[in-house]
Design a protein around this ligand. Structure first.
Ligand SMILES: [Ca+2]
Ligand SMILES: [Ca+2]
Ligand SMILES: [Ca+2]
Length: 422
């Protein structure tokens, strides 16, 4: 009877677990901080079949999903989102796919994922644990450009800029081919460490300034912008002339004064925005000294502290619930609506019991993926008793009979030995 009751409890947990994704689906769609999802599809020989959809927000994170055991799987990942979506790495059981070098490791070298998606071929036999690291931007990222000198942050009108650097004409004679293609520029004129709050990496901006007889040249190595934003990225040079400030803006898609392009430079390992411009000296009033300021934007941007959007994330904890051994540890931060891949409990043991999954504190069973709510959550191990084979009276009698026969045999042996030696 005890055994039967345990089994029925497990059945209830399984049924409830199967219903959970449906119960939470509405909540997932309503979550504001998720900007969309990556759709994971598996090629089955005749077409792609969706195996998972994983929601992502503006900040880069890792998320795992089990896609099933597979042999040389072909996977397609596409976005379902209004904003731009980027993947940094896609690994299957820790292995990279052939094809895209950018997706082989998590290093801020990111690939934009479109609605059409990217196809990945994994060679070999796989257990099926797929891990995506990436982020999805909101449709409008907004934010303020970075300013150098930094005292000019959040000033939108060039005429209001507070401070400028001084560049003496002739102090750094040279030139650049202003094509947006990286070239060695020697020592930077200014260096500033930037911390975007838009999901882009923290990193230095290096500004270079040169001149020859005809042009002022400026270049910007903007390591905090690892995304190409189709002309929304820009580098501006401000030149103060008396009370007026002239603005020279170079975007990532046009050729206003030179060019901006995604490049690998000697400063960081990942591709990022790099700009080169040249400005005719005669448009700058033929001065001996120039008062210069700069700004950089790439949807990589900053916000005044009070304007920072409050994006709360939540954590997942695992509780052994009377078991012992290795308790799973999930370091990820989740937005409400995120899909949480439950970690296996195979490192946990409890004598006389087998691990039967995870449940919430109120005993409600959960299945993978669990849809994150707007609070931290703890999953408790569910233990199901190993059924014991009960001894019936008949079996006890049979055992007693065997013991009796053995006893008689032993006595008989002793009797034989005794008579043999006497
Ligand atoms: Ca990468
Ligand atoms: Ca160049
Ligand atoms: Ca960008």
């Amino acid at each position: 009877m005890r055994v039967n009751r345990t089994f029925s409890k497990v059945m209830v947990i399984l049924v409830v677990a199967a219903m959970l994704p449906a119960l939470f689906a509405g909540e997932a769609l309503a979550a504001e901080s998720s900007n969309g999802c990556f759709i994971v599809e598996l090629w089955d020989g005749s077409g792609y079949k969706q195996v998972a959809d994983i929601s992502f927000g503006q900040f880069q994170k890792e998320s795992g999903v089990f896609i099933g055991i597979a042999e040389n799987p072909k996977i397609r990942i596409r976005k379902e989102a209004e904003g731009l979506a980027f993947l940094d790495s896609v690994l299957l059981d820790g292995a990279a796919a052939s094809g895209s070098d950018k997706l082989k490791k998590t290093d801020f070298d990111v690939l934009e994922i479109t609605n059409e998606g990217v196809e990945l071929l994994f060679a070999g036999s796989f257990g099926g644990n797929l891990s995506l690291t990436g982020r999805i931007e909101p449709k409008d990222v907004g934010g303020y450009p970075f300013m150098l000198p930094t005292v000019n942050l959040f000033i939108e009108d060039p005429a209001e800029l507070k401070e400028f650097f001084t560049y003496e004409i002739g102090s750094n004679i040279g030139s650049v081919t202003a094509d947006g293609q990286y070239e060695d520029l020697g020592e930077p004129f200014e260096t500033e460490y930037l911390k975007p709050d838009t999901g882009h990496p923290d990193g230095y901006a290096y500004i270079y300034v040169f001149n020859d007889n005809e042009y002022l040249y400026a270049a910007a190595d903007f390591t905090s912008d690892n995304t190409y934003d189709y002309g929304d990225d820009f580098f501006k040079v401000f030149v103060k002339q008396g009370d007026a400030v002239k603005e020279f803006k170079q975007t990532s898609s046009g050729h206003e004064y030179g060019a901006g392009a995604m490049q690998y430079t000697d400063k960081v390992e990942y591709e990022h925005m790099y700009y080169e411009v040249r400005i005719p000296l005669d448009s700058l009033g033929g001065r001996d000294e120039l008062q210069l300021a700069f700004s950089l934007y790439g949807t990589s941007a900053t916000n005044p502290p009070e304007d920072e959007p409050e994006i709360k994330t939540y954590s997942v904890f695992y509780h052994p619930n009377g078991g012992s051994g290795t308790v799973p540890l999930d370091m990820n931060k989740y937005y409400p609506g995120d899909k949480v891949t439950l970690l296996p409990g195979d490192g946990l043991v409890k004598p006389g019991y087998t691990f039967a999954g995870w449940a919430l504190q109120d005993d409600t069973g959960v299945s993978s993926p669990y849809t994150m709510g707007s609070r931290d959550v703890t999953f408790f191990a569910v233990w199901s008793a190993v059924p014991k084979i009960p001894k019936t009276d008949d079996e006890a009698e049979a055992a007693g009979f065997v013991m009796l026969i053995l006893g008689i045999a032993l006595l008989a042996g002793l009797w034989i030995r005794k008579h043999k030696f006497s």
